[in-house]
Design a protein around this ligand. Structure first.
Ligand code: 5AD
Length: 345
């Protein structure tokens, strides 16, 4: 029966039930093997490394799962100066990464002019640019795009609209998708994603998330386990099941074929090195090394014990090369844009 479900998701003629069955199965080894085969066929052995710099932990939102939520008064806040951000990125050039991801809490101090100035300067250093600043107006996104930003990360977190409303007070799922549609229209490559293991989240709703990935045809999808943060309202819940995360990644690879799938940092946090190898062997093809200056890293505490938060970026780069060699993979030297391949099925 599961072989049929596997066949269905590969051929594109699948129903939500096929996804549910694959998510709840006890022995996913065949699923992982298939995901690895599809990954190799459509995106090859290259792994794209995208450096991420977390430029401010101020946030005006109140997401119940996130340590950066505005109401967390225990967190010491920081905001890098634009020159400081540029200096750090210039410093990172010898690492050889080809994409810079600028990420911040939803912080109004980053005016359109400041962000666009940074985007232009980063492009001059021959990087592709990804932005992750949360929900903005169409006009703001348009300015970012005109300044040269290539991609935008805005995860939909969960497609269960009631759960979304509960977890993200004052925000809505509808608005989130609206922002993603604006970004698509403007020609951004759009990254979405979800957390797995949120309180009240059913397997059925994870299947809905994967159906949505397919419908929206996102360019990149980050699937993370939820990790409780003690200073949040849902900090006493348990972490997401890493096997379920891995299954969701594998199914997503088989359905979306040429999509970019990162080894999410939250997954590595739970499983470290072994976790990265597992994810790379079941569909993933992107890793996002953190280059945030050490003095700020601990303060960007979305969830506790973030992966490798104490490893210096040049040392991390060395460790990654070893890990990828061990996994039989190569490091991409291109910008790593999504290349849409028409499925020959
Ligand atoms: N556990 C895992 N991921 C989280 N994020 C926020 N809080 C948590 C948490 N507690 C993720 C969300 C968000 C991204 C910046 O971090 O998916 O989009």
């Amino acid at each position: 029966m599961l072989l049929k479900a596997l066949e269905n998701i590969e051929s594109g003629k699948f129903k939500k039930k096929d996804i549910v069955d694959l998510l709840i199965q006890d022995d996913p080894s065949e699923l992982y093997r298939n995901a690895d085969r599809i990954r190799k066929k459509f995106v090859g052995d290259e792994v794209h490394l995208r450096e991420i710099i977390e430029i401010s932990n101020y946030c005006k939102q109140h997401c119940l799962y996130c340590g950066l939520q505005a109401q967390n008064t225990k967190l010491k806040r920081y905001r890098m100066k634009p020159e400081e951000v540029m200096e750090r990125i210039r410093w990172s050039v010898p690492l050889g990464y080809k994409t810079v991801v600028l990420q911040s809490g939803e912080d109004n101090a980053w005016t359109d002019d400041i962000v666009c100035g940074m985007v232009r300067d980063i492009r001059k250093m021959d990087f592709a640019v990804t932005l992750s600043f949360g929900e903005k107006s169409y006009e703001t996104y348009k300015k970012y795009r005109e300044a040269g930003a290539d991609r935008y990360l805005l995860k939909h977190e969960t497609s269960d609209t009631e759960l979304y409303k509960f977890l993200d007070p004052g925000m809505s799922f509808k608005n989130r998708i609206g922002c993603q549609n604006d970004l698509k229209e403007l020609g951004f490559q759009v990254g979405s994603g979800i957390m797995i293991g949120l309180p009240g989240q059913a397997v059925d709703s994870i299947a809905d998330d994967i159906m949505l990935f397919h419908k929206m045809d996102y360019d990149m999808i980050g699937i993370s386990p939820f990790i409780p943060h003690k200073d949040t309202e849902i900090g006493n819940n348990s972490s997401g099941d890493h096997e379920l995360v891995r299954k969701a990644v594998a199914i997503t690879r088989i359905i979306l074929k040429d999509v970019h799938l990162p080894v999410t940092t939250a997954f590595s946090t739970l499983r470290d090195r072994e976790g990265k190898l597992q994810m790379l062997a079941s569909g993933a093809n992107v890793i996002m090394p953190n280059i945030t200056p050490v003095e700020y890293r601990k303060m960007y505490e979305i969830y506790p014990d973030k992966d490798s938060s104490d490893v210096e970026p040049f040392e991390y780069r060395k460790q990654l090369t070893e890990l990828l060699t061990e996994a039989g993979r190569t490091i991409s030297t291109s910008y790593g844009h999504r290349i849409k391949i028409k499925a020959d099925i």
